[in-house]
Write a protein that binds this ligand. Structure first.
Ligand code: ADP
Length: 460
């Protein structure tokens, strides 16, 4: 009997599984609830030993197998090549990317060690679904150990065009490793196209429709925009809309309109530009002064990776500068918070706001944008202002106000338009986006990917 084996950099602990925080965890847990299988990866711990072992736990009915990382593995693989080289490059930030050959060797070595561990846990009919930029060479490492299973890879980040990818010195090796998968999934058509272009031009691989002829066999390439648990978000936000936290938020607002943004504190999210756009709104339209508040929730992440400390300082000084200039005795324009909130609380904040301001400079999908829409009250929905450089813009362009996050004036205009939008138009836009989110929820994402991972039917 074929099982589904999911491999991702980070596997949730039993406690995290119950809280089910990030998008990947929600997707994985939902996929495994429907099919017997295993979730394998890092347990999030840095261990003293040089050679951490496998341990097992369960999240509900889901089997999980995890291992720790040694300090040097963490430094080279996670903090180094994955988050110091690939993350910035894949988000088009070559100014923040750096390369160190030892880190790349460490990245390959961790993939090999994890593949060796997984080999002992899988049966030959199991399907393997590998996730994200940490694990690009995982299939190749498995193939070298003799695993012949069907293997699919899904990249949650963008995939950059050739000119950017080539700034990573082992770009060719990485792309060749990707061709060891049977199926490669990307968030958008543009990301899939960027990979196909590279593979055809640089690797010289022949292409037949959506399939490349790789050295080890056919590689199917597709785009599978990740969705959310739309109904779950809707019901959670509604259930919490009369909570104490929401009451406190509303009390602080004193009838003022609320613009809200929620992100991991990451330089890809465009927060400085967003703060500046809010200030531009106050400068150019005095009527909003004292009448609209902007809440930015941004818990720090990867704070031990270079680049993250800088953006944090920049945000502190920008928020401080804007508040210093505009704050009145009874009104603070920007409330900038570095704390995390429980998922259901965030959703209820979204529902209590008039504008969701989601303007990454580059983002694979941006689940916050989708969650913002699903969390709204359909009778009186807020407006989504969304960056054209978020993967989500491909699906939500007809309902959101789409902006270029580098254009501060245009973002200020978009905020004005959103704050002033008549109810009829808000409802129409919201209804449109909800249809899209319901038609492509996380269930469709999983089903489409796993259907395409099945072996092609053999012609009679
Ligand atoms: P990324 O994967 O780059 O962090 P996404 O927007 O695609 O960005 O996904 C982030 C996920 O994490 C969403 O499901 C969102 O609800 C959750 N999240 C983001 N910020 C916070 C926060 N401040 N507190 C709790 N959860 C958050």
């Amino acid at each position: 009997m074929s099982r589904l084996v999911i491999v991702s950099n980070r596997v949730a602990s039993a406690a995290e599984g119950k809280r089910s925080a990030g998008g990947l965890a929600v997707g994985v847990l939902d996929a495994l609830k429907r099919q017997d299988g295993l979730w394998f990866g890092w347990n999030g711990k840095i261990e003293d030993t040089a050679d951490p072992e496998v341990a097992f736990h369960r999240i509900g009915r889901i089997d999980c197998a995890t291992t720790g990382l040694s300090r040097s593995e963490y430094d080279l693989y996670y903090r180094g090549f994955a988050n110091g080289t690939l993350w910035p490059t894949f988000h088009y930030r070559i100014d923040l990317s750096r390369y160190d050959a030892r880190e790349y060797a460490g990245y390959l070595a961790v993939n090999e060690r994890l593949a060796g561990m997984l080999k002992e846990l899988v049966g030959e009919d199991d399907r393997l679904w590998i996730h994200d930029y940490h694990l690009i060479p995982f299939a190749r490492a498995c193939r070298r150990l003799g695993l012949r299973n069907r293997m699919g890879f899904f990249l949650h980040t963008p995939f950059p065009p050739e000119g950017i990818l080539r700034t990573v010195p082992p770009h060719r090796d990485l792309a060749e490793a990707m061709c060891e998968y049977d199926l490669l999934g990307f968030q958008t058509r543009g990301d899939a196209q960027a990979f196909l272009d590279y593979a055809q031009r640089r690797l010289g691989l022949p292409r037949d429709g959506d399939t490349l002829r790789g050295p080890s066999g056919p590689v199917r390439v597709g785009h599978y925009p990740i969705g959310i648990l739309t109904d779950d978000v809707q019901s959670k936000s509604k259930a919490r809309s009369r909570s104490k936290l929401v009451a406190t938020l509303k009390q602080g607002l004193q009838e003022r309109k609320l613009i809200i943004s929620v992100d991991r504190l990451d330089y890809s999210k465009g927060m400085v530009e967003r703060f500046n756009a809010f200030e531009r709104l106050l400068e150019s339209r005095p009527a909003y002064r004292g009448h609209v508040s902007f809440v930015q929730i941004a818990p720090p992440s990867r704070s031990d990776v270079e680049g993250y400390r800088h953006i944090r300082r920049q945000l502190e000084s920008t928020a401080g500068h804007i508040n210093g200039r505009w704050t009145e005795l009874s009104w603070t324009p920007i409330r900038y918070m570095n704390r995390a909130y429980e998922r259901a609380a965030l959703l209820s904040f979204f529902r209590a706001s008039q504008v969701g301001f989601v303007t990454p400079l580059r983002d694979g999908m941006n689940l916050v944008a989708k969650e913002y829409v699903a969390a709204q009250d359909p009778e009186d929905p807020g407006v989504l202002v969304l960056s054209e450089f978020a993967g989500a813009a491909d699906e939500l362009a007809d309902g959101a106000i789409i902006v270029n996050p580098y254009d501060i004036d245009a973002m200020a205009c978009a905020l004005d338009q959103a704050l002033d939008m008549p109810l009829v138009e808000r409802r129409e836009r919201h209804e449109h986006m909800m249809r899209v989110l319901k038609d492509n929820s996380i269930k469709e994402w999983r089903d489409h990917f796993l259907t395409d991972l099945e072996p092609p039917a053999v012609a009679a």
